[in-house]
Design a protein around this ligand. Sequence first.
Ligand code: GLY
Length: 565
Amino acid sequence: MSYIKSTSGVFIGILFILLVGYGSASGQSNELYKHAAVVSAHPEATKVGVAVMKKGGNAIDAAVAVQFALAVVYPNAGNIGGGGFLVYRGNRGDQDALDYREKAPGSASRDMYLDDKGNAIADKSLFGALASGVPGTVAGMVRAHDKYGILKWKKDVQPAIDLAERGFAVTAQQADELNRNKERFLKYNRKPVAFVKEGLWKAGDLLKQPELAATLKLIRDKGRSGFYEGPVAEAIVKSMKHTGGIISSADLKDYQAVWREPVSGQYKDFKVISMPPPSSGGIALITMLGQISEYPLHRWGFQTDSTVQLMVELERRAYADRASYLGDPDFFKVPQQALLERKYIYGRTADISFEKATPSSAVNPGKLSNYESEQTTHFSIVDSKGNAVSATTTLNGSYGSLVVVEGAGFILNNEMDDFSVKPGSPNAYGLVGGVANSIIPGKRMLSSMTPTIIEKGGKLVMVVGTPGGSTIITSVFQAILNVLAFDKDMQASVAAPRFHHQWLPDEVYVEKGAIDPETRARLAAKGYRIVERGPMGRIDAILVKEDGSLETGADPRGNDTGLGY
Ligand code: GLY
């Protein structure tokens, strides 16, 4: 397969490494690294991950360091006040999946975001601390480190403390985002927060976060109890009182991250390893990759009528199933086995016509034989021993609930909006759901996060994932196919313009240039409603080439950066 064929890029890559050590200024070119690589949403976080591995840490140590560094340098989504998923593949092929998704607080209730007429109240599940689930990130990182880390915990956390204390230079994109959210930060916080300055931010300004540094020091010194008990937990509970939130000290003390069995399936000869529920991503991705492997995609070509049409129809059906069947497996009996049965997966494609679009109104969730602004962030890591981490972490919306915990310096998530607040009522991403994803105390909200690892013949091939709310699953789907079916290199694959369909609304969202005007016109004539929208996701991925070298793919939609050595 051409996906791993070495090209002249190897030579260019080696020359590059010899010339500059590692990394270009942007970290967004298809460079090759011999030993280890990290791709994340921010150059400073990527550098931290690489440095930890150079000091002898493995992929999990680097993941812990990158997760905490992102909480400092990428406050839109990097977090300690949110949650995430991590998929791990050891160099012997062993696999694991860590669920550190937020949970509904103990006094949450099914109808907590509805008015007395039973209608969803706009913004109630999106802004302010009532929108926050119990954060899972710190518990998750402790769990990951306990099981797989080889460096001392303190060494993995320290780089984030240094960044928070010394400050870092904001990028032009970050300056713009902080300026755009200034009024909202002022609205949801009564005391000054680090993210608001007098005047406007500009590229190169230093963002220092002394309160966050103090919180991170407690986490460094006390592990999970540095966050879920003591001064930080007290600050969270105290902040609930003036922000209308409901997270209690018992919620914090009780929170546990859990190891789960990854979900896996096949795309041709490739094994796809991804996140099980409460992610909807793994099941949907594996379903669509299984289905599409039966079609001559390579012959049809990239973004041609048939390719786009088929992908849209598969996405439509996968998201219809998502709305009915997927939720937190600890609270809802997710029919995972039935959804992944060969017969069911392939049976779902029987009514696809290439003559015309299937209206979403005609697509219901399948019948099982037995009887989830888009801010999240992803990082991919491969260490020198071949261990791999694919981790997606989130506050949900950009800067989450906008609430900064007073005295503790971190932003709380607004993940409660990922629940189905009312059956059939769309969330911020337009996703609908029902009982499977209804609010219950202690339950995890359904997610689209799809951290994924691909292997072939027992060898690591790809580490991939992205933010993007409901578009996460379809973006990962395309990034994988761009390499495995269309022979693109990793960087070109993540840069390629994308499209997306999610059953409801019945619209095909396209980035500028994703589908050429002639193809678009023909698809429209077949009944597809095509709507142009802004960027979808920021995919960060690593591809293992045939000679074992690592090619990074850092999404040019952001300041994403791939580096290695
Ligand atoms: N908050 C986005 C997701 O988890 O899908």
